[in-house]
Design a protein around this ligand. Structure first.
Ligand SMILES: Cc1cc2nc3c(=O)[nH]c(=O)nc-3n(C[C@H](O)[C@H](O)[C@H](O)COP(=O)(O)OP(=O)(O)OC[C@H]3O[C@@H](n4cnc5c(N)ncnc54)[C@H](O)[C@@H]3O)c2cc1C
Length: 401
């Protein structure tokens, strides 16, 4: 006979699973402050702030203050639900950082170093928010480098204010690292183009107002770029579910079924994959600054945690084995920052090679993973709770072009 649950068992399981409110982690674990109250920045050991101009330093503090105040308190909630924190968008918009290095059209015309510092400050508190800006900014950069004057006037100023959101579509299900082999096609028709194909992984695509899509021109076999607007007939963006990293980011699968794009929405400057590679090279420098910011936050979090949490009658920071891990983390952050800073300077002087960008990004990312793994050890059980940042950062693996 099949087993049935008694009324008592049903009552018990209902109260256990449905009636208890979530316990505030600061009440449940009073010995350490959760990351919703973000720790002070203690990771600038070699005073790299002095390498920045007064404007870059001021911007850094402005961004830091905003994300610590407006993002840190809500990020665990959105991370757990794997939802994008839309209330944060106007706050980031007010910082006037989305336009990055672009000059004019309502954009701030930041230096490459300032752009990198902004990326790191966002990532220090939340890597999903940083990625959101990263993808949006790369798309804007593509429009500014390769768009017509009319397109720049039409799109950039509202994107700069984050009144509208952009996303960039290069990767396809069958073409990731090998993005140059893309299969999406653009067929010339009267008054415009018809796009057909599939894209994968596009950050922000589930809610973006403007999508920049790469496609192979059927007449010339060249790679061209097209602006597609949200709700265009034949366009469908579906969120990629079951994501264990960057959970607040919304990466999408995008289906293009005979999407009509008028002539005025083709970017006239993109005629080969080399044109796209220029944007990818600059994005690589910014992607390198994500692990720098993430590890700064993880170090800051661990530093505070070890001073607050006591075991065997003393703060965890009093034990040399913990100090050694913390010092190794701090040294990594310093070296990562210096490598990232040098990349910015090479880029600003126009001397950066693609190899330098790739080596820098890959080395920085590896040191970042090592640093976060050390942080995870230092937090004991709390190392697997998103409330204490390290678990969330550790699950964050960057795979960009
Ligand atoms: C969080 C996230 C956000 C993204 N956002 C965007 C976006 O906004 N727009 C967009 O267009 N794309 C986006 N992407 C896609 C991203 O650019 C691809 O994931 C990346 O290009 C790698 O492609 P792939 O995942 O298909 O891996 P693959 O190309 O299948 O590679 C798998 C592994 O094999 C290795 N490999 C591949 N080729 C070689 C080779 N020749 N020799 C040795 N090793 C090799 C790779 O390094 C990797 O380790 C995003 C991806 C992620 C994870």
């Amino acid at each position: 006979m099949a087993q049935t649950r008694s009324d008592d068992e049903n009552k018990y399981s209902k109260s256990l699973y449905f009636n208890y409110p979530a316990l505030d982690v600061s009440l449940a674990f009073p010995q350490a402050t959760p990351a919703s109250i973000f720790p002070p920045c203690t990771s600038d050991y070699y005073q790299f702030a002095n390498l920045l101009t007064p404007e870059e330093q001021a911007l850094r503090l402005k961004v830091r203050e905003c994300v610590e105040r407006d993002v840190a308190p809500i990020m665990t909630k959105y991370w757990e639900k794997a939802e994008f924190p839309f209330p944060v968008v106007p706050k980031l918009g007010a910082l006037n950082i989305a336009g990055g290095t672009i000059k004019g059209y309502g954009c701030p015309g930041l230096s490459i170093t300032a752009n990198a510092i902004v990326t790191a400050e966002l990532a220090r508190v939340d890597a999903s928010c940083s990625s959101f800006i990263l993808f949006h900014r790369s798309t804007m950069l593509t429009i500014s480098l390769y768009g017509s004057e009319v397109q720049k006037q039409k799109y950039l100023s509202s994107l700069a204010k984050l009144d509208t959101i952009a996303c960039m579509g290069i990767t396809e299900p069958g073409y990731g690292s090998d993005a140059n082999g893309l299969r999406t096609t653009a067929t010339k028709v009267e008054g415009g183009w018809v796009l057909e194909g599939q894209k994968r992984w596009l950050g922000n695509s589930t809610f973006a107002d403007v999508l920049i899509i790469t496609a192979k021109n059927k007449n010339t076999s060249q790679i061209n770029c097209f602006i597609i607007k949200k709700n265009a007939p034949g366009l469908q963006a579906t969120k990629i579910e079951n994501n264990i990293g960057l959970r607040m980011m919304q990466n999408g699968d995008v289906l293009l079924q005979k999407v009509f794009v008028p002539d005025e929405d083709r970017l006239p400057g993109v005629n080969s994959f080399q044109d796209i590679s220029k944007v990818l090279g600059l994005s690589r420098v910014m992607a390198a600054w994500q692990p720098i910011g993430i590890t700064m936050g993880v170090y800051d979090m661990c530093h505070r945690y070890l001073k607050e949490r006591k075991q065997f009658g003393a703060p965890l920071a009093a034990f040399q084995i913990n100090q050694q891990k913390l010092v190794q983390m701090l040294a990594n952050v310093q070296a990562m920052f210096l490598m990232g800073w040098r990349l910015c300077k090479l880029c600003e002087s126009g001397k950066m090679t693609p190899g330098q960008a790739s080596l820098g990004k890959s080395w920085i990312t590896l040191r970042g993973r090592e640093t976060v793994a050390l942080g995870r050890e230092l937090l004991g059980g709390n190392g697997i709770l998103s409330d204490f940042l390290v678990a969330k950062a550790g699950l964050h693996e960057l795979v960009y072009l």
